[in-house]
Design a protein around this ligand. Sequence first.
Ligand code: A3D
Length: 320
Amino acid sequence: MSRKKIALIGAGNIGGALAHLASLKELGDVVLFDIVAGVPQGKALDLAQAGPISGSDSRLCGTQEYSAIEGADVVIVTAGVPRQPGMSRDDLLSVNLGITSKVADGIGQYAPNAFVICITNPLDAMVWALQKRSGLPTHRVVGMAGVLDTARFRLFLAEEFKVSVQDVAAFVLGGHGDDMVPSIRYSSVAGVPLPEAIRLGWTTKERIDAIVDRTRKGGGEIVSLLKTGSAFYAPATAAIEMAESHLKDKRRVLPCAAYLSNQYGVDGVYAGVPVVIGEKGVERVLEIELDAEERAMFEKSVASVRGLIEAAKRIDPSYM
Ligand code: A3D
């Protein structure tokens, strides 16, 4: 049986954490690609030396050559610059678009059959550009954001209810920006929807609203603490969950930035929605019913994504 191959484009903070997790879980052999000579090679060697201790036989290598990703089953893209304090994700558009274009060319040439997960920000615009430029089918190119945003929401809810994170389910829709849509209606504690938990007096509407606000700004909270970059452990863990669902055909239902073709009344852009990830990639987009308030928030979030895509087209007219 041949081993799976996981290519990580970008060997920075998230890239390193991805390689570590992929190796610990023995998801396959790992290729770390980065433009900075020595960094992917050094991280690959360091992680390979952890193998005998953790009991992992994953093989790891670092490279500056796109040809090394040839035949990858999964490609996870983190190439780009992260936020610094005071920056929004959208401030990264111009520099990360240029990087994403080069990455898309490399993937299109050497890994056209891969399942591609984009993490580079601004997420919804970068995943759109990655798909368009690489020419891979839309169902094989997704963005990681919702798994991370829901994990943040779940953690804060678990802390509020003083219960295990395992017993909290949460739902976040829309783009990966401060106008994302954490849904109170579709989130639950031990199966009890949040509005019901409020009615039962387990918490208050005000406390849940504060948690929703903290979830929306969850990335910024970490940027302001780290001061030198953005979150990386949780983003890497989230992308590995998506990769694993594909590699093992688990058909997990995960919130991802997926290409919408008329679902939710939206066409031609990527936005965060629940999808089934299996061996073919995104095998289904789940369309849930939104009430008027949720729909208005979702549409506002999608409008922000469209604005970024238009800005990307102005920066690089080849995306027209
Ligand atoms: P960082 O540690 O700086 O790593 C980025 C790596 O990309 C560096 O090692 C660079 O050398 C490398 N790189 C730059 N240009 C290229 C290129 N042309 N080809 C290959 N590699 C290149 O950043 P990070 O790992 O912390 O974050 C990476 C990206 O993820 C940033 O854009 C973040 O904003 C984004 N991010 C997204 C989320 C989401 O939830 C979507 C969360 C956290 C970070």
